[in-house]
Design a protein around this ligand. Structure first.
Ligand code: PRX
Length: 629
């Protein structure tokens, strides 16, 4: 499965374009199947229909766990590093993980969860999160992991959208020096959900929680009374494995659906190749399992490839800004995969937090989630990687299931800030506004992918039309990523950022419409417009222009109240960094907000606003410019 040289990469790439089915069939054969597939690929981008390995029967947990038992049952699968560095880390072997997953799968079954049922998981980064995810997969239940930073309302929206019948959570979570109530938040969410029949609560902080008779169950009690044998449910390659909600430019977050076979193969193949994983290496991805990066590169990719994966409960700045480096030294981490925001933030604390830690175990570095600026790239490469570790800037999305454009560590010649070249099987194209392909090098345009790959989104849960509209209709016949991109003279790709109304704040994807809706729910707010602006640490910050019914008596307090509303409606990650009260917004005569102008003002480019002649009331722009923050 692994490519070892640049020539091999070139050959594999060519083969994947000339004979995609042959290429992916060969890789597919390296996994454990109960029944072979009948057809490698069938697809129709116009209808947003893609199927891989049709008719094949398998279970991803047999690939992630059972398959390894004979050869590496006693090898560590997960290393859990708790929030507090003084607490003991826990190592879980493949055999123990298999046992725990089977037990918990039996708990799920005992409480009526069946193949195809949706289960919402709202847990901190504890080993039980991985166990819960794999237990769902074991019995064919569809997991929908919700990131621990989301509000009760966001949880409720996600539970209701996919009619989850069970929630798995904890009493509380430790995050830095905070204790976060998890069960209480779930309880509030469940006031608005009628489909949930049971809640399993794992003990982490032993925060007092209400436990409702007939609905709520303690994890620790439940696992005592079940068998450790649980045969894996046979799954069709195209059965749903999980739903993961993500933000778009309009409406509520959508449930991205991934299926069993294609996702497994793509996550594993990309893990093995991008990171050039060598047996015995320790892989540390700092993402949360609540995001796709955690799904693919903490859980499924590494475990299906038989790797050792670190799960870190805490935050990079607790107890101090040396925490990640301390973890690298402590567990002799070889591969460190993190986000530009974390790098920029840790850079700002200074090198003395790095110097005390022995980072010599590192062999490879990775970056994901947002464009990485040259300064952060160089700092990471030199100060963390000692200039000798390959650094892979990996571009991909929740919808792609796995890494799409990236160097293969130590194989593809690097270029700072460039995701470089597409992985085998990935056919990127740049298109202009009219959907015409822009050929040649030294060009930029909107990034599309013109041929399916096994990890591609299959649908948006409960609304296939939305999937078609969002990804396959802007440029007919192609998957549209929503990203702008340039291809340099060497044919190297550099992602420049979203071209739609989606923000990328600290690597978190947030729709401007979502934030506006939340702000508009606040008493006294008439209308709002949200744009992103360049932020030194977060990449993008959130700038909100808000029209209020009357001038607030205490503007500062009003701002804080709005932040509280956004936290309650979405979660703290969506809180605006800047709020400017305005009396009007720049609108066209047809009533459309001209965000381009607001974006320029938020960037401080006051004198470069472009054509404002189509505005209904150009005077409003002058007022906004004067009050800009
Ligand atoms: O804009 C791109 C940016 O993150 C978006 C996808 O966000 P999400 O679905 O949350 O997945 C993040 C983790 C895979 C993309 O549309 N993005 C992701 N990786 C990069 C990136 N932008 C530039 N460079 C990257 N390496």
């Amino acid at each position: 499965m692994r490519i070892k040289t640049f020539e091999e990469y070139q050959t594999a790439y060519q083969q994947s374009v000339d004979d995609p089915e042959g290429f992916w069939a060969e890789i597919g054969q390296q996994f454990k199947w109960r029944k072979p597939w009948k057809k490698v690929l069938s697809w129709d981008f116009n209808e947003a229909n893609v199927k891989w390995y049709e008719g094949g029967e398998m279970n991803i947990t047999e690939n992630a766990l059972d398959r390894h038992l004979e050869e590496r049952g006693d090898q560590v699968a997960l290393i859990w590093e708790p929030n507090d560095p003084d607490d003991e880390a826990v190592s879980i072997t493949y055999r123990v993980l298999h046992d725990r997953v089977c037990r918990f799968a039996n708990v799920l079954k005992k409480h009526g969860v069946k193949k195809g049922d949706r289960v919402c998981i709202y847990l901190p980064m504890v080993p039980e999160l991985t166990v819960a995810v794999l237990a769902c997969a074991r019995i064919g239940a569809v997991h929908s992991v919700v990131f621990g930073g989301f509000s009760a309302k966001s949880i409720a929206d996600r539970i209701n959208d996919s009619a989850c019948t069970m929630v798995i959570t904890s009493d509380g979570a430790f995050r830095g020096n905070k204790v976060i109530p998890m069960k209480e938040t779930v309880d509030t969410a469940l006031d608005q959900c009628s489909t949930v029949k049971s809640v399993i609560v794992m003990t982490r902080t032993r925060t007092p929680v209400s436990m409702l008779k007939g609905r709520d169950l303690w994890w620790e009690e439940e696992v005592k009374h079940v068998d450790s044998i649980c045969p894996a449910e046979p799954m069709d390659a195209e059965d749903t494995l999980f739903i993961l909600y993500t933000s778009g430019s309009t409406g509520k977050p959508k449930g991205v659906v991934h299926t069993c076979g294609g996702y497994m193969i793509f996550a594993t193949y990309t893990f093995a190749n991008v990171f050039q994983y060598e047996p015995g290496e320790i892989h540390f991805c700092t993402a949360d399992i609540g995001w796709i990066t955690g799904h693919s590169y903490i859980v499924y990719g590494p475990l299906c490839y038989g790797a050792t994966s670190v799960v870190f409960e805490g935050v990079p700045t607790y107890p101090d800004a040396g925490r990640l480096w301390q973890i690298v030294a402590k567990h002799k981490v070889n591969i460190l995969y993190t986000a530009p925001t974390a790098i920029r933030s840790l850079m700002s604390f200074g090198l003395h937090f790095v110097k005390d830690h022995d980072l010599s175990s590192l062999t490879k570095l990775g970056s994901v989630g947002e464009p990485i600026n040259e300064e952060a790239w160089q700092w990471f490469k030199q100060n963390i990687g000692g200039s000798h570790c390959p650094l892979v800037d990996t571009w991909w999305q929740t919808e792609t299931g796995g890494i799409m454009i990236s160097p293969l560590a130590g194989i593809t010649p690097e270029k700072p800030t460039y995701a470089t070249l597409p992985l085998p099987g990935i056919q990127p194209v740049l298109v202009d506004e009219n959907g015409k392909e822009i050929e040649g090098n030294g060009v930029s345009g909107n990034l599309c992918i013109k041929f399916p790959w096994p990890g591609i989104i299959r649908t948006t849960y409960g609304d296939h039309e939305r999937c078609k509209q969002t990804y396959f209709s802007t440029y007919p016949g192609m998957y549209f990523t929503g990203d702008g991109c340039l291809r340099d003279e060497d044919g190297y790709y550099r992602i420049t950022g979203r071209v739609d109304d989606v923000l990328n704040v600290s690597g978190h994807r947030i729709g401007t419409a979502e934030v506006e809706n939340a702000i508009n729910m606040h008493l006294g707010v008439v209308e709002s417009a949200v744009v992103g602006y360049p932020h030194d640490i977060k990449g993008q910050g959130i700038y909100a222009y808000i029209i209020t019914e009357s001038k607030p008596d205490d503007a500062e307090m009003f701002r804080k109240d709005i932040l509280a509303t956004v936290s309650r409606i979405i979660g703290p990650i969506a809180k605006p960094d800047k709020i400017q009260f305005v009396s009007g917004l720049p609108k066209t005569r047809s009533g459309k907000i001209m965000r381009r102008i607001l974006r320029k003002i938020s960037e401080g480019e006051m004198n470069n606003l472009g054509d404002t002649s189509t505005l209904l009331d150009p005077a409003v722009v002058e007022e906004i410019k004067k009050g800009a923050l």
